[in-house]
Design a binder for this molecule. Structure first.
Ligand SMILES: Nc1ncnc2c1ncn2[C@@H]1O[C@H](COP(=O)(O)OP(=O)(O)OP(=O)(O)O)[C@@H](O)[C@H]1O
Length: 327
């Protein structure tokens, strides 16, 4: 497989707060990559950086050979109009203009691009609606006149109409009930299977990624802590934070289940002493952290194993320090 998107040493800072720290990640063409992490870990900031909406302080984002971080002004606008990368916003209600019909919303990107005539745009809109499983009869409705699940599909249709090569979906199912959630997740997998589009799905809920993603990347405190094939990462996590995530998701099958309580610091745990900007982002919460973790995070490359990498100095031995049943 070839690499479609490459993020290299990305730093994003808001008001002196380092939201993404030296983050490197590849997305392979045709895969579904899940990005998981708790609220505030930087998932949305990462996706927005890819489409030029986060202020990149350092690092590089390359899409199929084009350095997106180097694009400015006219060049950036021209790149955007190609529609190759589509970011599907987190909140359908806020992302959809309440005054515009479904058809107009789905046509938006095509109209802005200005490369197709009216008839061709209408045909693309009809195809996009079908692709996301929406009936053509909804085309004349307003966002307020359709359900939450349908609104989520409209957002997807708007992106799909541009025939993107990469879809970045930010929490596509968090606002949906269980049955709609499964439908939308299956839809993403179908889109990938049929059109070959590469998909990145951002979620704070591991169970929703488990069924569809090929690989998973785990963020904590703006750093990538682990990435690899989702089945293997979930069944035998190598970073203590990933282990805690999987232990807290009952639907995820694990090879050697560890109770969540064994992965949380004990009440008498002394967090590792003062650490600087280069410390492992999980050090203050990690029951296995030592002085090494406060000096610098293990670089992901340190411990690469079959496209599975973990940024933890203790990846190979923290399990031997587990005190299961002691608390
Ligand atoms: N425009 C901004 N200005 C200032 N701080 C911001 C801005 N955008 C994000 N942040 C901060 O960056 C951090 C990461 O936010 P981000 O939305 O990327 O996290 P997330 O993992 O996507 O969380 P969620 O699951 O809640 O969406 C948070 O502390 C947030 O407050």
């Amino acid at each position: 497989m070839s690499i479609l998107l490459s993020v290299d040493g990305l730093d994003v800072t808001f008001d002196k707060h380092r939201v993404l720290a030296d983050l490197s990640l590849n997305v392979e063409a045709g895969e579904i990559l899940g990005i998981i992490g708790e609220t505030g870990s930087g998932k949305t900031t990462l996706a927005r950086a890819v489409v030029g909406l986060s202020p990149v302080r350092a690092g590089r984002i390359t899409f199929d050979g084009t350095d997106l971080t180097a694009l400015r002004g006219k060049a950036r606008r021209a790149w955007r109009r190609t529609g190759q990368v589509q970011y599907v916003f987190q909140d359908p209600l806020r992302a959809l203009d309440p005054q515009h019909t479904v058809a107009r919303i789905v046509a938006e990107g095509l109209t802005v691009a200005g490369t197709l005539d009216r008839a061709a745009i209408d045909a693309r809109v009809a195809t996009a609606l079908t692709q996301v499983g929406l009936d053509q009869s909804l085309a004349g409705r307003l966002p307020g006149q359709i359900s939450g699940g349908q609104r989520q599909r409209v957002l997807l249709a708007r992106a799909v109409a541009l025939q993107p090569r990469l879809l970045l979906c930010d929490e596509p199912v968090s606002a949906l009930d269980a049955s709609n959630r499964n439908h939308v997740l299956r839809l993403l997998a179908d889109l990938r299977d049929r059109s070959g589009v590469t998909v990145v799905v951002i979620s704070h809920d591991l169970s929703s990624l488990a069924g569809i993603a090929d690989r998973v990347a785990v963020l904590y405190g703006g750093r990538l802590v682990e990435q690899g094939p989702i089945e293997r990462v979930l069944s035998e996590p190598r970073h203590p934070y990933t282990a805690l995530l999987t232990a807290s998701a009952p639907s995820v099958r694990r090879e050697h289940p560890i109770p969540a309580r064994a992965l949380r610091p004990a009440p008498d745990h002394q967090p590792v002493a003062a650490f600087g900007p280069d410390a492992c982002s999980y050090a203050s919460r990690c029951p296995f952290a030592t002085g090494r973790c406060t000096a610098a995070p293990a670089t992901v490359e340190d411990t690469v194993q079959e496209a599975w990498s973990v940024a933890c100095h203790h990846a190979d031995e923290w399990r031997s320090r587990l005190v299961v049943g002691a608390r």
